[in-house]
Write a protein that binds this ligand. Sequence first.
Ligand code: PLP
Length: 421
Amino acid sequence: MDHFLYRDGVLHAEDVPIPEIAAEVGTPFYVYSTATLTRHFRLFDEALEGLDHLVCYAMKAASNQAILTTLARLGAGMDVVSGGEYRRAQAAGVPGERIVFSGVGKTREEMRLALTGGVRQFNVESEPEMEALNEVALSLGTRAPIAVRVNPDVDAKTHAKIATGKAENKFGIPISRAREVYAHAATLPGLEVIGIDMHIGSQITDLDPYRQAYGKLAELTEALRADGHDIRRLDLGGGLGIPYERSNSAPPLPMEYGQVVKETVGHLGCEIEIEPGRLIAGNAGLLVSAVIYPKSGEGRDFLILDAAMNDLIRPAMYDAWHDIVPVTEPAAGAEKRPYDIVGPVCESGDTFARARAMPPLGAGDLVAFRSAGAYGAVMASEYNTRPLVPEVLVHGHQFAVIRPRPSFDEIINRDTMPAWL
Ligand SMILES: *Cc1c(COP(=O)(O)O)cnc(C)c1O
């Protein structure tokens, strides 16, 4: 559920009509709903009620400081995957004890940053990383709290580019080697083993892979405890999917996911961490764009938008579907026609949808991409020297630009000239 609804025939973000934002900010832009972000965070928090737990928002999904601050004030922890994200979490006022550092290629510099600034734990993904972290911690005269990311070898049944829990993926260590790796970790004086981490993929729409993976995690917890490790925290990762195509999908709800968590690992007395990104931010954001031209081709009609693959890359990169809706509600029973919906970038991959049934639309009409809040603005680029798409946050009747559109001068002047030119 989200807070983007038609009222009096016009799409609103909470209480703000989308055309009002478009008139002030120009198109294209991302708009996020505070109420939806809040609702989604609370759904997870409530789903784990009864367990000692922390919901660590995976900020790579949408990392604007205003979004982070909104979630941090609700009590969210943060899952970060780079030194840049760590700095964002800090800047949003998240204390170190609520920042989890994930990622398969942390540098020593990033380790130093987090050890100095405070960190809840590092999720370590390999033995070379373990040794590097040990050295960095010792050089700072401290110990690094760690969980080792284990790869349970389950099929999350999601798109190949976002599956992470199969043996062939680059992430974590194979669960079959876990006892050996934990034994190694226990010999390193700069590390404090506190738990186990897992993250099997993204846009997972079936609870079975979770049930299998968390079942294996429970067995591993007991095996490692028997080996003498003090396993007191389980990080279960993120990945719960959202309904991108509303007419034909209904992924599991956080409450049902929470039930699986309780059934599989609830008896272990561990503190539970989860790292949802997409489900918190995905349906909390729209990408709003205007039609530049309708164009009739041979046997097909195009809508050329002012948004492009550089603003929202998911369709080009993951073959992703986004519901695309007119901002002015079509009359009941209005006739729809199939359009290829494309951007102006010089690549055929710059196609958002093919043969999508849309009501008649003309130049200047606004459309909104639903479910664009996660992996949207954060993956945007300035390809074709298109200014980085701005972001807007709505809160009830209010809205504010939370990242302005850069001017062309700013873009051009970011480049610097070598002395010989
Ligand atoms: C990307 C990622 C997440 C979040 O995944 P979502 O599908 O957005 O919930 C959580 N944990 C780790 C380690 C990740 O890499």
